[in-house]
Ligand binder design. Structure first.
Ligand code: HEC
Ligand code: HEC
Length: 275
């Protein structure tokens, strides 16, 4: 056989196999696909939010697919399954992750957090490259938030189950057995991280009046009064920063910040009431 013919036949074969695997096979498999039993269609306001998500090309930076690889489910929640996308026309898998995956965003944050974040992401995460969506109307922010809160829900309260699993054990509550001493170095570290991740809500002076506080209920804690709803020992404040305050906009920072950073934050937030 001439080499040219061989290359032609090999190329055609390759094309046909690929076409079968990515074109025909999913079509056959999807023919009798039923929605996941817990799945419900988007309601009116969620559908509007979805349209805005498409219009504002959020999918350029965010995926909606928890892959079965590399500890992804630890970060984002249960792996996505094929029958969870039945109502997504078109699907919004996205192509690359500049921001985090949003497939299981629902229930992770409060509505107030989303409202504040959409208008000013940098107030909450100083290094964020997400644009400020200042042109969205209140109605649109509401719809987009409703849509985000719907994503990946219904599968069961896996978030609460995981939180319970990670909750502090008896010996980790209350007072530190071997307390860490406050040092200039830890305080400086705490201040630096505070300015990156906490000022937006708790304010530069720790009085709970940061730029996005207005959007939140309950309001961020005021650190200047030396009253601690979650307990004020070093260990208790450390636990609050690690696990967040469920039901409020206060996020858990355990996965994001090192133990040293969280220790520094404890001393830094406590320093506001010593002035
Ligand atoms: C240029 C890329 C980019 C675009 C466009 C973008 N984002 Fe983001 N997004 C990010 C990055 C980076 C983060 C992580 C830092 C942060 O929280 O701001 C993020 C974080 C988020 C989070 C927080 C996820 C979590 O729980 O930690 C949500 C929700 C979100 N984006 C929604 C949206 C929506 C809705 C849109 C469209 C209106 C959008 N993003 C557009 C980059 C982007
Ligand atoms: C999105 C807004 C937001 C961000 C960002 C945020 N917090 Fe909070 N924080 C809150 C809210 C809301 C509360 C709960 C107030 C309440 O329970 O009434 C809270 C409560 C707390 C408490 C408990 C206070 C008490 O009375 O026991 C501590 C400690 C705390 N935050 C520390 C931090 C630190 C440190 C950071 C940054 C790493 C941070 N927070 C980032 C909103 C935020």
């Amino acid at each position: 056989m001439r080499l040219n013919n061989l290359i032609f036949i090999a190329g055609l074969g390759f094309f046909m196999i690929s076409f079968f695997i990515v074109g025909i096979l999913p079509w056959i498999q999807g023919a009798d696909l039923k929605p996941a039993p817990y799945l419900t269609d988007y309601n009116e306001i969620e559908s509007l939010g979805r349209k805005i998500y498409i219009r504002e090309v959020c999918w350029h930076c965010h995926t909606q697919f928890v892959r079965p690889v590399g500890g992804e489910s630890e970060r984002y929640g249960p792996v996505s399954s094929i029958n969870e996308y039945v109502y997504d026309k078109p699907q919004l898998f996205g192509t690359r992750r500049i921001g985090p995956d949003l497939a299981r965003e629902g229930g992770k944050r409060t509505d107030g957090w989303h409202t504040a974040h959409l208008k000013n992401p940098q107030a909450l995460v100083s290094a964020s490259v997400m644009p400020k969506y200042t042109w969205l109307t209140d109605e649109e922010v509401k719809a987009l938030t409703a849509y985000l809160q719907k994503l990946g829900t219904g599968i069961g309260d896996w978030r609460a189950a995981r939180a319970a699993e990670a909750a502090p054990k008896e010996e980790e509550k209350g007072v530190d057995k071997a307390p860490v001493a406050v040092s200039a170095e830890l305080l400086a570290k705490g201040k630096q991280v505070y300015q990156q991740l906490c000022v937006g809500c708790h304010g530069p002076n720790g009085d709970g009046k940061g730029p996005v506080a207005a959007a939140l209920t309950p309001k961020p804690a005021d650190f200047t009064d030396d009253e601690w709803k979650q307990g004020g020992t070093d260990r208790e404040v450390f636990n609050t920063i690690t696990r967040g305050v469920p039901g409020t906009a206060m996020p858990p920072f355990g996965a994001q910040l090192s133990e040293g950073d969280r220790r520094g934050l404890v001393f830094y937030v406590k320093s506001f009431s010593e002035k």
